[in-house]
Structure formats: C-alpha cells, structure tokens
Design a protein around this ligand. Structure first.
Ligand SMILES: Cc1cc2nc3c(=O)[nH]c(=O)nc-3n(C[C@H](O)[C@H](O)[C@H](O)COP(=O)(O)O)c2cc1C
Length: 169
C-alpha cells in the first residue's frame, strides 16, 4: 500500500479527498423549532438498527436546523434524481425560516409536526432518542415513528465528486 500523491496532506484533506470519491445519498432533514420550520440538506443519514428502527444524522451545531431538531422530532426525506434544486436550496446558508419554505419549495406545514416536503422518493418521521456532541456536529439518533414511500419507482439523487448524479438502471 502506498500513499502516493498525498504528500504531507492534513488529515482533513485526506478525509475530504476520500469522501469526495464516496457516492452519497442526499436527504433533506426538516424539523419544527421555536422560531418556525427549518430544513437542511444532509448526506450523513444512515440506518442504525431495524429492530428497534433507529436512524442517525450528523448535523452542524451552527445550523438553525440543529436547534429545531433538538425539539425532539425530525423528518428525513430521501431526494429523487430530479430534486437537485431542492438539495441546493436547503444547503444555502443564511436563510430565514420563511425563505426556506417559500415557493418554489412545496411543503406541508402542520402545527406540531416537522414539515413534509413534496416530490421526494420517501420520508421517515423520527423521535430523537439520543444525541452525541462531537466537535462542531451533533449525532442525532432517531426512532422511526412514521414513514411513507411516495415515489417508490423514482431513482434517488446521488452526490459524488462535488456534483449530482443519477443511477443508470
Ligand atoms: C450534498 C450535501 C450534503 C450535506 N450534508 C450535510 C450533513 O450531513 N450534515 C450537515 O450538518 N450539513 C450538511 N451539508 C451542509 C448543509 O446542507 C448546509 O449547507 C449548512 O448547514 C449551512 O446552511 P445552514 O446554516 O442554513 O444550515 C450538506 C450539503 C450538501 C450540498
């Protein structure tokens, strides 16, 4: 094994270099915070266990979505291949809650529930069971309490090498 081409690269550069080459699924996590609904584009979503049904997301502590998820509920939406615009929308920093959920974003906003985004492959609603702070991120563990596949035939959106891709089928 060699480490050719890396020279004296810093650990963060090595991590970034590897993760750039790893295909990532793209989700938008929504939650209802004290200051209104919030959303954030997230590729760190993963399944933790099936029984009980647990998932994990890693969320930057500086994001307004972080405080909203700490309310105890969040919804994970798996984006479809035609939703790159929605991914970019929820990755844009500095937006108010109203700006995040204004048109063209199509979302159902209900009191007491995380926003439900339209047009996704599917979604899971989760109750936070644990949170672990690590550096500038928090790992939120969520127990799945509801879910639906809205477009089961739609291919998921993939993020790889700083761009969006489709799965060839
Ligand atoms: C494809 C993609 C995946 C991302 N995954 C995550 C993630 O897993 N966790 C996270 O905290 N931020 C992630 N981000 C960054 C956030 O979406 C967002 O850009 C950042 O939190 C700044 O916006 P905010 O301050 O309004 O939340 C991702 C961005 C993109 C484009």
């Amino acid at each position: 094994m060699s480490e050719t081409g890396q020279g004296a690269a810093a650990p963060a550069d090595r991590l970034r270099g590897l993760m750039r080459r790893a295909p990532q699924l793209v989700t938008v996590v929504t939650a209802l915070g004290a200051d209104g609904p919030r959303g954030i584009t997230v590729s760190s979503f993963t399944s933790v266990s099936l029984d009980p049904a647990l998932v994990l997301v890693s969320i930057g502590a500086a994001s307004p979505a972080h405080a909203a998820i700490r309310s105890g509920r969040f919804r994970v939406h798996l984006l479809a291949e035609d939703q790159a615009d929605l991914s970019n929308h929820f990755a844009r920093p500095g937006q108010t809650s109203a700006e995040q959920f204004a048109a063209p974003c199509r979302a159902a906003l209900r009191p007491g529930a995380p926003p439900l985004l339209a047009g996704c492959v599917g979604w899971l609603e989760c109750a936070v069971t644990a949170e672990y702070r690590e550096a500038d991120h928090t790992l939120f563990i969520g127990r799945v309490v509801a879910g639906d596949l809205e477009r089961p035939e739609a291919a998921p959106l993939i993020y790889h090498d700083r761009g969006y891709h489709r799965i060839e089928r």
